[in-house]
Design a protein around this ligand. Sequence first.
Ligand code: RP5
Length: 163
Amino acid sequence: MLKPPVAIVMGSQSDWPTMRHCAETLENLGIEYEARIVSAHRTPERMVDFATNARAEGIKIIIAGAGGAAHLPGMIAAMTPLPVFGVPVRSKALNGLDSLYSIVQMPGGVPVGTLAIGEPGAINAALLAASVLALHDEDLAERLDAHRARQTHSVPQFPSDLE
Ligand code: RP5
């Protein structure tokens, strides 16, 4: 049986409070996904198994979140032709700058689309995945347009003293 089009993977359970924003955004757009813990350092064989089989299993886009020495998105990208979006998770020691640098500075030839640190990056990874899938899915394209319109309408014209 084919897997859902989006796979969310993360290096640790501790990444889930960030990555669940990605999952919620996909859910709001009606996009099926599977979320798994796959660590480049602690479960390297699980990572190889996941990355090498992802395309054959029907996955279309991989979103990988990791923090600190965040090798997961790059290692997965090295083993699959699927698009990989990397989310730098905010780390305790260096506030996510280490995560960002670990993910963003890939060598030419092995791309990872790197998002912002933390929750905004997790949300935007889902929205980017939605944009890619919407290229071949008219219903999803309409849901994405509606999402944008709701966001636009939610922004007031003038600031208020009321919180
Ligand atoms: C990385 O190490 C994970 O992606 C996580 O962000 C970080 C810390 O992991 P834990 O020590 O909280 O499990 O592999």
